[in-house]
Write a protein that binds this ligand. Structure first.
Ligand code: SAM
Length: 215
């Protein structure tokens, strides 16, 4: 499929691309789920290698664009569902790979905990990927405090005004993910600092990325 024909985000998260190849996921097949999948730009990588893909996002325009992209690419075995992760979602596990890229911070810590609790039973033997925002990120503190880690953003420059964002130190994120029973010696934590141009301003992002498994 021509890149120009893809609607919306065209490329997978670059750390997730590394996760995919460095874990040899291009050499096998299985089932993968992504929470907050957007237009499925991450899942398209898995689908290209024959993986069965499941994505959930509450933005119906993104899901519809994703469905058109998957169909145009000729992929099979995919399900992209419109759904709010704060509500019960029907999914059929188990999954071999569980993806949480740039999603879990859009909830209060309590909401995020409830989501992880609900999905953990579907990830008994899985590889995990999670990208989260750390307190060093530009957005930290730029809004009404909802708790020590969480803010309802009032700043307008990142396009997230009104969004809840929670920021995690690595140990806090690992604690949040504890229902997945990650194998301690499998946990790898990366940090990424990058500047993004948003509304003509350079915004410093500071993310943490966790790769782990419970195999
Ligand atoms: C920053 S984007 C990340 C998209 C994708 N995971 C990626 O890595 O490119 C966050 C996504 O989470 C979705 N999202 C935010 N809150 C949600 C909720 N309560 N339920 C479902 N999806 C949600 C948004 O619609 C958006 O597509």
């Amino acid at each position: 499929m021509n890149i120009a024909d893809i609607e919306g985000l065209k490329f997978p998260d670059e750390m997730l691309t590394r996760f995919f190849f460095k874990n040899g996921l291009h050499t096998r097949r299985g089932r993968v789920i992504e929470l907050g999948c957007g237009n499925g730009s991450n899942l398209m990588l898995f689908a290209a290698y024959g993986w069965e893909t499941v994505g959930i996002d509450y933005d119906s325009a993104l899901i519809e664009a994703g469905r058109r992209n998957f169909a145009k690419a000729g992929h099979t075995g995919w399900t992209l569902t419109v759904g709010d992760l704060n509500q019960q979602q029907e999914v059929e596990g188990p999954f071999d790979v569980f993806l949480l890229p740039s999603i879990i911070y859009y909830f209060t810590v309590e909401q995020a905990r409830a989501i992880i609790q609900r999905f953990a039973p579907h990830a008994a033997q899985s590889l995990f990927y999670c990208r989260f925002r750390t307190p060093l990120d530009y957005r930290f503190g730029r809004g009404e405090a909802l708790g020590p880690q969480s803010f309802r953003i009032t700043a307008t420059e990142t396009g997230e005004q009104g969004c809840t964002i929670s920021f995690y130190e690595t140990h806090q994120m690992l604690d949040l993910m504890s229902p997945f029973k990650l194998r301690q010696d499998s946990i790898k934590v990366f940090y990424e600092m990058f500047d993004n141009l948003q509304n003509d301003r350079l915004i410093r992002n500071q993310d943490g990325i966790i790769w782990a498994d419970n195999l």
